[in-house]
Design a protein around this ligand. Sequence first.
Ligand code: FAD
Length: 422
Amino acid sequence: MEYDTSKASEGASNNMGYDSRSEGYYYDIVIVGGGPGGSTCAALLGKAGKKVLLLDKAHFPRDKTCGDALSGSLRVQKDMGITEKIRDVQHAVINGVEFSSPEGVVVDIPFESNGFCCPRYVYDNLVFREALASVDVIQNFEVTSLLREGSRVVGVSGNGADGGMKEIRAKLVIGADGAFSLVARETGCHDLDPKHTITAVRAYYTGVAGVADKIELHFVNEILPGYFWIFPVGNGRCNVGVGMVDDIMMKKKLQMPSSMMKIINENPLFRERFSGATMEKGSLKGWRLPIGSKRRKMHGDGFVLVGDAAGLIDPFTGEGISNATVSGEIAANWAIKALDAQNFSSSFLKGYADEVWTFLGPKMKTSYRLQRIGRIKFLTNLIFRKAARSRHVMDSLKSMVDNMDQRNNIINPLFYLRLLLA
Ligand SMILES: Cc1cc2nc3c(=O)[nH]c(=O)nc-3n(C[C@H](O)[C@H](O)[C@H](O)COP(=O)(O)OP(=O)(O)OC[C@H]3O[C@@H](n4cnc5c(N)ncnc54)[C@H](O)[C@@H]3O)c2cc1C
C-alpha cells in the first residue's frame, strides 16, 4: 500500500501520531530499520500495545546481502510463528553441514534438528509482515538525521517517498538500521574497526553440481582464515560466497569478488561442480559484517541500537540474523520498562546493553577464540583429519555451527593436546 506521510502510514492503526498541539508527529517509540532486528522489536512492542512507528528506507520485499542461513537459534522466530511460515515460501531444509579443510579433507556432519536457508528477500518479508500487522509503518522513508534536545535523542527526521522532509518525535529511538546505521553514526557509536569487521560477498547460482540438504563451509587456502560457502536456498538455487576479517584481507591485499571467482574457477574441489553452473545476473554483492568480537556502545540518552547497528554478528560463523532478533526482543522489553518508568536516560538504558552482553557476550568470546584458531592452518588441518576418523572430534566440530554450549570444548587447549596424542 502506498502512503502519504502528510496524513497516514501503513500498518496497524493506519493513523500516524499527528499531534496538532506541537504541529508534528509523535510516537512512544520510533524504530529505524525493518530488518529482522527492527521488525521483531516492532512486532513485540505492537503486541504489547505500545504506540510505535517503524521506518525503512526500502520497500518490502527487499533484498539484503546475506548467506541466507537460519541455522542459529530460531527460538524468537519460532515464538513469533515465523518458522512455520517459512515452510510455505522458497526455502531449503538443512539437515547437516559439510566442512572441508585447507588440505581438502571433507567431513559430513548431520544435524540433530533441521535448520533452514531462506533468501532474505523472502524471509525478511515474513518478519516485516508481523510488524506491519502490529504497528504503524512507513516504507521508502530514509532517516537522515536525529532530533535532539541537548544530548538526548528525541526523534528522527528524513525524507519520504513524496520527497518532503518530515520530523517525527519519540520518547525512544531504536536504531535497527544495519551495518552502516545512521543512528549509530549520529550518536558516535558506529565502529567498523578492521579487526572486528568482516567483508563478505555472495552471489546466487543455479546448476551447482552435488548440492544436497546441507550447508557447506570450506576452509580453503585461497581465503584462510575466512571461508567459502555453498548454501542451498530452494528451487535449485544456491547462495555462494566468501568472507574474511578486514585487517587480514587488507594485509593479504585480497579482493573478495576475485577471491571467490578464483576458488570457483580454479580450486579442484569446486571447478567441476561449477562447470555447468550459472551466476544469476546482478546477484554478486558485497557488504560489511560488524562482528561481536568487540563490545560496541549500543545505548545513550533516548536511544538504543539492535542487530548489526550494535555490531552483534557471530565472529566465527558470520551469522547475525539470530542475534538481531534476540537483541530486538531484549530492546522491546527494555522499551516497555523505560515507558513504565518514564526514564529514557543513558543510565537507565545501560540495562539494555548489559542484558544483551550478558546473554551474547560469552558466546561472542568463544566464537572469537574459534575464529582465531581458524587462523592457524596446522590446527585446522589437524582437526579435520582427526574428525574424519573420530566421532568425538566430529561432535566437537558440529558444535562450531549448531551448539554454542559445546563450542567451549573446541576452544579448550586440552582438546588439541588430545588430538595430537590420539
Ligand atoms: C555476505 C553476508 C553473508 C551473511 N550470511 C549470514 C547468514 O548466512 N546467516 C545469518 O544469520 N547472518 C548472515 N549475515 C549477517 C546478516 O545479514 C545480518 O546480521 C542481519 O541482516 C542483521 O539484521 P538487522 O535487522 O540488524 O539489519 P538489516 O537486515 O541490515 O536491516 C536494516 C534495515 O534498515 C534499513 N535502513 C538502513 N538505513 C536506514 C535509514 N537511514 N533509514 C531508514 N531505514 C534504513 C534497511 O533498508 C534495512 O531494511 C551475513 C551478512 C553478509 C554481509
